[in-house]
Structure formats: C-alpha cells, structure tokens
Design a protein around this ligand. Structure first.
Ligand code: SF4
Length: 339
C-alpha cells in the first residue's frame, strides 16, 4: 500500500481578483476575504503537523499547499514572504515540498526562478480548456498559448506541473473536452483536476443561464464525459487528483448553486460509470447464468457502483451475481466467470 500523503492547505485569497471568469463568484467573495499573516501561516503549518501521527518520520510525505486565488498573482514581495515563512519546515526536513495553484498567465521566468529557489515542486495551472473560443466565451482572460508558454517556462526549470480542466463551459463540447485532455497529456502534466462547470449565484453565467443562452451539462452527461476523461488520463499516467467540485456552502439548500451537474458523490458516480462501461463490454454476450466478477482488492465497492447501481443492472440479466476481490488483479483489471 502506498504511504499516506499529507497536504497542508493554506488558503491565500487574492485581495481582489482582476479577472471575471464567467462561472466564478470568487472575486466577490475574496474581496472580503482576509489573507493570512506570515505568523498565521507558520501557525497553520505547526498546527497541522501536530495532528499527523509520527510526523517526524512522515516528512517525505508532507507537502505545504498554497491554494485559493492565484498564488503567483500575489504581489511578488508578499508571495516571497509566504514562501520564506515556510522554508524552515523544509530546511529542518519536517516537510518535503511546496505546491501552489495559479493561472497560466501568472507564470513568467522571474516567478519560475522564485518558485524553484523556494522548493515549490508542483504548480497546478488552471488551464480549463485548450479551445480559445471556449476560453474567450468563459471570460478567462488568457489563451491556450498562455498555458503552453507557462508549461514551457516551468519545464525549463524542471518544475513539475498539473493542468486543471473544466467541462461544459460556454462554447464547449465533449469533443473539445477530450481534445483538451489530449493536450494536457501531450504537454506532460503530472496531474489534473476535472471540474464540470456549474452555474453559481451572482455570476455572469447565471445571467446567461437565466436568459436561456447557456445550458448546463446534465449530471448524466457530465458523469459519462468525466468517465471517459478519467480513463484517458489513467492510460497516460496523469494522476486525476479530483473530479467534481467540493460541496460548498449553499450547494445543498439551493441558495448558491443555480444549475449544473453537481453531486456530493460525483467521483463515485464517475467510478460507477467507468466500471459499467468495462463490465458492459465483457458480460453482454455471456450466457445468462450465475456470474462471478473478480476485481482488484479494494475495488469491489466501485465496481458494484454507487447505490449498487451496477449490481442491480447485472441482476436484471443474470440470476445470481457475485463480486469478489482478487489480490492478483490491479488497477481496472477484472475477470468474469460464468457457471
Ligand atoms: S476563476 Fe477567474 S475570476 Fe475566479 S478567482 Fe480565478 S481568475 Fe479570478
């Protein structure tokens, strides 16, 4: 079993994001959000470290993550102060490295030098799409070339990077999302996050949606597309760190989320769909007798599916269905046996 990885998240909102991505209301929120002081950053790390069992021996699995707004969009002296503040944790081998997330157009040579100097070993870029019309209609304020340039600059400094993407944006299509995924793979990203576009209250997208000029993906469409994307990334060894947005305040009572393919167990739905696609091809032509499906250890829950969806579907065709786990199998390998 691979060792547990610890991420110490430090949320640094931008004082006021100058951009107006059509789907985002963060600039409204972050205008009011307070950036942590240097002392607070140190306290956050110390507090988190105190909760990690055997933290001294776990150091190589511990990472400090500057998330929130676009970290490299902060005024450089402030960004440098944050990075300086956490260097003692690196120098004393209490933490392995640092990661941050940012916009592609907030990467330049000077920033890369600073990131490299301060042991930032993972930069996640919000690429969102490699289709310029999608980026334009989404109000991203950067182009696909900006993302490619950022990647080149990071690669020149040997700084590993991830590329986040969104699906279902204005002017988007499943084909464009698959092309974006292929580009993420081609560019050599280590990891990705996939976020289906949601319509959030107080955004420009809400206006388009209300005026009938934007349609969100259905949950079914988003799950089916994400299932394809995840498999594509897995085949190319790009780690999918996340699929679907975190539950946010107001999502469940409908005060924040206006429309879109949100589900609190979105990842489980995607896993269910991936297994459904695999099993469908394997069992559809089998004689309808007692069926046993062997899957890798720890994968039975995913294969059976969210709310046992895949099992129930199989049970409509086969009189008896067993799922067993087999240590010899790994990843998405499986065996079917019919008696
Ligand atoms: S998504 Fe766009 S508007 Fe929102 S915080 Fe990020 S850059 Fe700013």
């Amino acid at each position: 079993m691979s060792p547990k990885h610890y991420n110490i998240p430090i949320f640094i909102p931008e004082a006021a994001c100058p951009h107006r991505c059509i789907f985002c209301n963060q600039y409204l929120i972050t205008e009011k959000a307070k950036q942590p002081s240097i002392a607070e950053v140190v306290t956050i790390v110390e507090t988190y470290l105190s909760t990690i069992p055997d933290a001294v021996n776990q150091a190589k699995n511990i990472e400090i993550a500057f998330f929130g707004g676009s970290f490299t969009g902060l005024p450089l002296p402030l960004m440098e102060s944050y990075l300086q503040a956490v260097q003692p944790f690196i120098n004393e081998h209490r933490v392995q490295s640092i990661r941050c997330s940012t916009r592609p157009d907030y990467i330049n040579e000077k920033i890369c030098d600073l990131l490299q100097h301060y042991h930032v070993e993972m930069v996640e870029l919000g690429a969102q799409s490699f289709d310029d019309e999608v980026l334009k209609q989404s109000g991203r304020g950067h182009t696909s070339d900006n993302t490619k340039n950022a990647v080149q600059l990071l690669q020149a400094k040997n700084i590993p990077f991830g590329l986040q993407m969104m699906t279902g944006l204005p002017a988007d299509s499943p084909e464009k999302s698959l092309a974006t995924a292929m580009e993420i793979i081609r560019l050599g990203a280590s990891n990705t996050r996939i976020y289906p576009c949601l319509v959030i209250k107080n955004t420009a997208l809400e206006q388009l949606f209300v005026n009938g000029k934007f349609r969100t993906q259905t949950l079914e469409e988003a799950v089916a597309l994400c299932a394809e994307l995840v498999v594509l990334f897995e085949k190319s060894s790009v780690t999918v760190l996340r699929v679907g947005l975190h539950r946010s305040e107001g999502f469940d009572d409908g005060t924040t989320l206006i429309s879109g393919p949100y589900h609190p167990q979105f990842k489980e739905l995607v896993e269910t769909k991936i297994w459904r696609n695999l099993l469908e091809k394997a069992v559809i032509h089998l004689p309808k007798n007692e069926l046993t499906i062997a899957v890798p250890f720890g994968k039975a829950v995913s294969a059976i599916g969210f709310q046992k969806e895949n099992r129930l579907w199989l049970e409509k065709m086969f009189p008896i269905v067993h799922f067993i786990e087999d240590n010899q199998l790994k990843d998405r390998m499986f065996k079917v046996n019919i008696v």
